[in-house]
Design a protein around this ligand. Structure first.
Ligand code: 5GP
Length: 126
């Protein structure tokens, strides 16, 4: 089955400049901005500029340049936030929700970077 991408999703609108965002970092292929409803003292969303709905979509169809840029940008943001382990930071959690099981609200690939406090157990029981 082919991937389908809804270009009316809120992150597509952010990428088109139709909705403002609090940008943390921008590169050729990637945009990172603060979550509008932060779940931790540091809560940054990292999205590819390309039209990918999920991590598996991105991994199968993005170019090597997009994938390298996305991965390195996530690392660079962790450094910029001062939470990276290489810099003796307190660490962080990366989350990427996909589809129904992942309870994905916005159907454009995003990784949440969460930090600033101990985040507790990885999953709550539903
Ligand atoms: P998901 O549940 O899809 O993994 O996460 C979507 C995230 O997008 C949520 O954490 C939500 O707070 C955030 N979000 C939704 N709308 C906006 C928006 O307009 N601006 C920003 N910065 N974040 C948003």
């Amino acid at each position: 089955m082919a991937y389908t991408y809804d270009d009316q999703n809120i992150f597509a609108k952010i990428l088109r400049g139709e909705i403002p965002n609090d940008t943390v970092m921008e590169t050729d292929h990637t945009l990172a901005f603060r979550d509008i409803a932060p779940q931790a003292p540091e809560h940054v969303l990292v999205i590819p500029k390309g039209a990918y709905v999920s991590y598996d979509h991105f991994a199968s169809e993005a170019s090597d340049a997009e994938i390298a840029d996305y991965t390195r940008t996530i690392g660079a943001i962790c450094k910029q936030l001062g939470v990276d382990l290489g810099g003796d930071g307190m660490g962080y959690r990366l989350i990427s929700n996909a589809g129904t099981a992942g309870v994905q609200d916005v159907p454009h690939l995003h990784v949440h970077i969460l930090s600033g406090r101990p985040l507790g157990p990885m999953l709550m029981r539903a």
